[in-house]
Design a protein around this ligand. Structure first.
Ligand code: NAD
Length: 497
């Protein structure tokens, strides 16, 4: 059986004492075995990154960018292989996996700009004969810990920019689907990264604990569920590390009575059910303003959902695939059942989907739940499945209050034809990423990604301009070259120009 190991100091390492089966969630069958890193192996990766740092920091940014250009070319040349690995362990349909890879490549493209991004700030003559400039220096060894749902894109939010800024990196991918992540890291290495600049250590919380407690690690980027994000943030910052920890979500789409309902329904279908709803930006609640809007919305969604195709990645015409594990499928089914018990109406029930014979894995079909109340478990919790809840309200302020009151504040969107309402909404809503007639407002790589409230712990969002700030530290230098013909005299007052 194939053993999926680690990348430490530029070498593939597969020796192990503990392993974990890697299952195909579409069939439930084991496809490979994951070597789980020990604490000693994790420390070896940190040591490799520490040793690689001085030379990498001294490498001109333009040379570091050249590696990123080659990395981008390699990613583009190997899209099919990457997507196949994503499908095998995550279950994503190839067309969806290709979208993830493309958004990941865009982050590598942003990292190619690093000489421009690190240019700094310069002021001449801040005082007589005195010049001052600020530069952005790398931090040292940085760690990244990533979730299962984007095994290619989320790691690419982190290490290309961190490395391009002159840091070295230790990545701990999700133990559910690490093969694509490892394959992509090997391409980065092949693109010309010196050994030790990028290390991948596979495993579980044991690896995370070593990373969080090792004084050599200067900063931690985490993406995953909120309880883990919160605890990673607390441990990392208590240990004096810089940390950004992105957590879970409950993204609301508000549908105004004046919205183009047919287009809104098309947008909601992809945003709610794409990738089985296992996206942190998935729309999981549609808030209908007015009873007429709610009735039409539910009717139109129900009609569209009758042609949803759920199944394995072998058929690229399928709309979405399985959930990641049997436990997660059971949790999603349990939340649908709890909604029924608490008085909501199951309009479309995906608990026993029709499947092809080979699809013996962890599937839930598209599910539509109407008459959901904010007190219900299916509303309060992040479901992370192909389930759309409908909430009825009377006006926009009531809808916005619902969004603001939720513990999460990742993304949200408004469907409307009213520019004034759209402006009021985007100005006042308490969420980090806002769409106007755009259901998945995932920022492009040259902006930054981050939620509000309990969707992000830390001050800086991921990638883009915030990513550059996160992976560098400002130093301001003030310099004077006194003239040899002028005698300086002491001054005891505070220096000013
Ligand atoms: P998870 O929190 O279970 O795991 C994330 C990472 O943390 C994995 O590498 C895992 O091995 C590690 N981990 C898990 N438990 C740990 C523990 N107790 N101590 C230390 N490390 C631990 O998340 P997941 O199930 O892989 O991913 C889904 C979650 O991620 C969802 O909540 C989703 O909303 C969130 N997510 C958020 C964003 C965002 O940008 N906000 C993006 C993608 C996913």
């Amino acid at each position: 059986m194939e053993i999926v190991g680690h990348l430490i100091g530029g070498e593939r390492v597969t020796e192990n004492v503990k392993t974990l089966p890697l299952n195909n969630p579409a069939t439930g069958r084991q496809e490979a075995e994951l070597a789980m890193a020990s604490s000693d192996q994790t420390m070896l990766a940190i040591k490799a990154a520490t040793e690689a740092y001085p030379a990498w920091r001294a490498t001109p940014p333009a040379k570091r960018a050249q590696v990123m250009f080659r990395f981008k070319a390699l990613l583009e040349a190997h899209v099919d292989e990457i997507c196949a690995l994503v499908s095998r362990e995550h279950g994503k349909i190839p067309h969806d996996a290709a979208g993830e890879v493309q958004r990941g490549i865009e982050n590598v493209e942003f990292a190619c700009f690093v000489p421009e991004l690190l240019k700094g700030e310069f002021s001449k003559n801040v005082g007589p004969g005195i010049d001052s400039w600020s530069e952005f220096q790398p931090l040292g060894v940085v760690a990244g810990i990533t979730p299962f749902n984007f095994p290619v894109m989320v790691p690419l939010w982190m290490y290309p920019l961190a490395i391009a800024c002159g840091n070295t990196f230790v990545l701990k991918p999700s133990e559910r689907d690490p093969s694509a992540t490892l394959y992509v890291a090997q391409l980065a290495h092949e693109a010309g990264l010196p050994p030790g600049v990028l290390n991948v250590v596979n495993g579980d919380r044991e690896v995370v604990e070593v990373l969080l407690n090792d004084p050599a690690i200067q900063a931690v980027s985490f993406v995953g569920s909120t309880p883990v994000a919160e605890s990673v943030y607390a441990t990392a910052t208590n240990g004096g590390k810089r940390c950004q920890a992105l957590g879970g979500a409950k993204n609301h789409a508000i549908v105004m009575p004046d919205a183009d309902l047919d287009n809104a329904v098309q947008a909601l279908m992809g945003a709610a059910f794409g990738s089985s709803g296992e996206r942190c930006m998935a729309i999981s609640v549609a808030v209908a303003i007015g009873e007429q809007t709610a009735t039409s919305l539910v009717e139109k969604l129900k009609a569209e959902m009758s042609s949803l195709k759920v199944g394995g990645a072998q058929d690229n015409n399928n709309d979405f695939g399985p959930l990641i594990t049997a436990e997660h499928r059971d949790k999603v089914v349990g939340l649908i059942t709890s909604a029924e018990r608490e008085g909501a109406v199951i309009v479309v029930d995906g608990r026993s989907p029709k499947l092809a014979d080979e699809d013996t894995g962890f599937f839930v079909g598209g599910t539509l739940i109407d008459q959901v109340q904010s007190s219900m478990s299916c509303y309060r919790q992040e479901i992370f499945g192909p389930v759309l809840c409908i909430v009825h309200v009377d006006n926009l302020d009531e809808a916005m209050q619902l969004v603001d009151d939720h513990e999460y504040g990742n993304g949200t969107c408004l469907f409307t034809r009213d520019g004034e309402a759209a402006r009021y909404f985007s100005d006042n809503i308490k969420a980090g990423m806002v769409g106007i007639n755009v259901p998945l407002p995932v920022p492009v790589s040259y902006h930054s990604f981050g939620g509000w409230k309990r969707s992000l712990f830390g001050d800086l969002s991921a990638y883009g301009p915030d990513g550059v700030r996160f992976y560098t530290r400002r130093k301001t230098i003030t310099q004077r070259w006194p003239s040899s013909t002028v005698r300086e005299s002491s001054s005891f007052s505070f220096p000013s120009s």
